[in-house]
Write a protein that binds this ligand. Sequence first.
Ligand code: DSN
Length: 479
Amino acid sequence: MTDAPLLSSTYQQMLSVIESVEPRIAEATRQELTDQRESLKLIASENYASPAVLMTMGTWFSDKYAEGTVGHRFYAGCQNVDTVESVAAEHARELFGAPYAYAQPHSGIDANLVAFWSILAHRVEGPWLQKFGAKNVNELTEEDWESLRSEFGNQRLLGMSLDAGGHLTHGFRPNISGKMFHQQQYGTDPETGLLDYDAVRAKAREFQPLVIVAGYSAYPRRVNFAKMREIADEVDATLMVDMAHFAGLVAGKVFTGDEDPVPHAHIVTTTTHKSLRGPRGGMVLATEELAPSVDRGCPMVLGGPLSHVMAAKAVALAEARQPEFRTYAQGVADNAQSLAEGFLKRGANLVTGGTDNHLVLLDVSSFGLTGRQAESALLDAGVVTNRNSIPADPNGAWYTSGIRIGTPALTTRGFGHDEFDRVAELMIEVLSNTEPGTTSAGAPSKASYTLGDGVADRVHAASAEMLEKHPLYPGLDLA
Ligand code: DSN
């Protein structure tokens, strides 16, 4: 739906229904739109879904249970959910050229859990059952089952470390992936900040992992997945790629050949709401060989699928198959270049010296700030980013020394080269006018800060000018 008056009246009526039950929620919903409209949304994992995607989430599909798979449900009356799930999977297979797609995961972490357990089911449980001549785990004796359990959660996983840009679900100790697997991590080259494939290979040879996880949430560069597969094959590991951050760049054919994970990985996980611009949720793409194990995602680690969200995934994937999505995805990458150049020409330090994907990682230590101070000062000026560790971060994962900045959301609003250059300029203005604070005892603080007089107002005004030229949901009026 692009007709602005119709869109406005639809949302006005919807909000008045909500208001009649809980006015505070209606008000928060209105306010959220205003806040999103009036700030520079630069969180690399966020975007703005289309009204069609948003509306698809607000229907009675929310009320239906549908545990199981298409045509094989544990509940009656799932014929329409079957349609929804089939259409979502069909679009995903076509868009990514994947043999198999599973649209049920509720989030990225769920998608990764489904992938982990399906790899274990395929690589460990299958051979184990064969050994005992059993068809499924129910046929195992209590003793066999005990041994399987100890084998099952006792495997080796090699993933990218959090401070090099990996995700917490890639074997980070506080996450279940770091507890269910024996994990080791690969980092990046200490000089260049770039992934060193020879070092990954050496680590894989030494550690002999069952699973190698590639993919990242804060690494500003592309990955050569053909090389990662070569390494995995050499040690007989399963290659799992988490493309949550850059799925939109894969869908939009910005990442092709060796940079497209789908032809190279055994299993690929993603979220659907980041650069892919869909509803909040997850998805798994797999080879035919792994498909039966992936299909056991529910009930293995998932509850009933969120049918309304699967429906919105189908709508978003249909959008991503349109030619305009390729233009958008290329814009995301080009704008990240403009942003990086904008920082570099003004003397800022970027991890790896730049970017070739959708994000830059700004090292704020040269401003004498922690990531936490920088994030807060920027927010005061209406610039929404998130603090992020940088490699070998002296400030740890809470305070950090970096700010992660992504282009997917503002590219959706139509920002281009000049606007992203200006964004870099405004961010530098904030950071160079922020002084680190002290604790109440007078010691240096990693959290408090003082932003120079008038800076927030100046930056707000300059941003407002750009944001007004590129309205969010043009014509949508909630008044
Ligand atoms: N929270 C997402 C991100 O910001 O990268 C990943 O989980």
